[in-house]
Design a protein around this ligand. Structure first.
Ligand code: SAM
Length: 471
């Protein structure tokens, strides 16, 4: 039985409801009257449910798809402006007891070197990341209760936050570790994490069990109900995602939206972010053996639909995607991207890529300076802001801010200030010149006069060497 308020995975991600949704979408994909009604509803910017969204995903009418893209672009501008938040992943350990068939860290892979960073090695990695200009990290680890217990993760978070090197500081640590207990989520919350990210991989239970044949991750319900436990443990920013390529994308998309509906129905707040990873080549993993790969067109359509269906949820694109694909989907609603990522354990202190312990190939291997410059050349403001978390504006409080439109007087100035810091401390002369021009153009666009004046004053302070890590 489908019940978004149920706490049971198979009731809030209900297989029969997904099948009925896909059938409804097929039956209505040419029903232009209904499609117009759905688009009209989407224009109210309050989102769409999984059934409505699935009809738009099935629709192949070129004109309507163009309308969808235009709306996604408009919502992106209205809600997120031209800001793109920057982050980098930090792999702590690739020890793993799970058997995920798409991931080279699976426990049967004896060819991959197993590495677990010591606190000193973490310090070195963090300094390397700070020296690039990063302020926000997503820590990643395999699941291994012996090698990577929660105590190790907590100690690592403490180490990361403690490092102040030159003007560098990591101000927000997001965490991507395996599903765990309420008690452990509470500990993560107490350690001051930002978002807890956990990809569902696939919402299709039968496939899920085949793709995760052994280990604790095999348990579909435990994995799918993780976000409820995280919220019970006090974490109100959670990040969803499916690994596209494993199952039929239309099934996954309906499941993803049902998951968001469930969180909203039960906890009063939807996901903070949605990631859209696609499966990539990796040591002992050939992505072509998975039959459900999606092309760039479908990928872009999914991004546009996520923007339209959950307008208040940030969207993340990693370096799994190439520069060209990132360029294509950025205007459709992406709010966060990673830059200069290393997907190996210890990768930031190694001189060359690829590394033996890499989790997957990256398609965008540019430096952070190059990514920042590229964004600015396209008119985006790369933002190193972490203020939502630091000011306690997470979860429903953040949503209220976003829904009230105040974000333009808050996020916009913070983005400019943190960009200014980046330009002063880390940018190449060429990037700095482009950035200074952009800041000068953008400052007058802050709507509130007082916010504009404070921002101008702080920019001058930063130029004069004042740093107080407020953002
Ligand atoms: N072990 C944790 C877990 O179970 O969620 C942590 C995360 S893992 C380091 C991060 C994500 O990388 C996984 O959730 C998966 O979706 C993705 N991933 C694994 N293998 C991949 C591949 N070959 N290509 C692209 N993404 C992959």
């Amino acid at each position: 039985m489908y019940d978004p308020k149920s706490m049971k995975a198979e009731e809030f991600i209900n297989h029969e409801e997904i099948l009925a949704t896909l059938q409804y979408a097929d039956e209505n994909k040419d029903n232009l009257e209904l499609i117009d009604q759905i688009i009209a509803k989407a224009k109210l910017r309050k989102g769409l449910n999984h059934r409505e969204a699935s009809v738009l995903l099935a629709c192949e009418n070129k004109e309507k798809i163009e309308e969808l893209y235009a709306l996604a672009k408009q919502i992106k501008i209205d809600f997120y402006g031209n800001r793109i938040v920057m982050f980098a992943p930090l792999y702590l350990s690739n020890y793993c007891v799970n058997g995920c068939v798409y991931c080279p860290y699976h426990h049967q892979n004896k060819d991959i070197p197993r590495i677990k960073l010591t606190q000193d090695q973490i310090r070195a990695e963090v300094i390397a990341l700070q020296d690039m200009g990063h302020k926000r990290l997503a820590i990643e680890a395999g699941e291994d209760p012996v090698n990577n217990p929660i105590e190790y993760i907590l100690e690592s978070i403490k180490t990361i936050y403690s490092i102040q090197h030159k003007n560098g500081a990591i101000r927000r640590v997001n965490v991507n570790i395996a599903a765990t207990t309420v008690e452990n989520y509470r500990k993560l919350k107490e350690a001051g994490i930002g978002t807890y990210i956990l990809f569902q991989e696939t919402y299709h239970k039968e496939s899920y069990e085949k793709l995760h044949p052994v280990g604790p991750k095999h348990n579909y319900a435990y994995h799918t109900e993780a976000m409820d436990r995280a919220m019970e443990g006090g974490i109100d920013d959670v990040g969803l995602g499916v690994l596209f390529g494993l199952e039929l994308y239309r099934y996954e998309f309906a499941g993803l939206l049902m998951h968001a509906e469930h969180l909203e129905a039960v906890h009063g707040v939807g996901p903070h972010t949605i990631s859209v990873p696609r499966i990539k080549r990796a040591a002992d993993i050939d992505p072509t053996v998975f039959d459900n790969g999606i092309d760039d067109e479908i990928f872009a359509k999914l991004c546009a639909l996520i923007r339209v269906c959950v307008p208040y949820t940030g969207m993340i694109i990693s370096t799994r995607e190439s520069q060209a694909v990132r360029e294509k989907v950025l205007p459709l609603g992406v709010s966060q991207i990673s830059g200069a990522s290393r997907t190996s354990v210890g990768g930031y202190t190694e001189a060359v890529r690829p590394h033996e312990s890499e989790q997957f190939d990256v398609s965008d291997s540019r430096t952070l300076d190059e990514v920042v410059r590229w964004l600015m050349e396209m008119g985006y403001i790369p933002s190193f802001c972490t203020a939502c978390y630091r000011e306690g504006r997470t979860g429903d409080r953040f949503m209220t801010l976003l829904k009230s439109g105040q974000i333009q007087n808050c996020c916009h100035p913070n983005a400019l200030l943190t960009l200014k810091e980046y330009l002063m401390d880390y940018a190449s002369p060429e990037t700095r010149a482009i950035g200074e021009k952009l800041i000068a153009e953008q400052l007058p666009t802050i709507p509130n006069e007082k916010a504009r004046a404070i921002c101008a004053e702080h920019i001058a302070d930063i130029a004069n060497g004042k740093r107080d890590f407020r953002f």
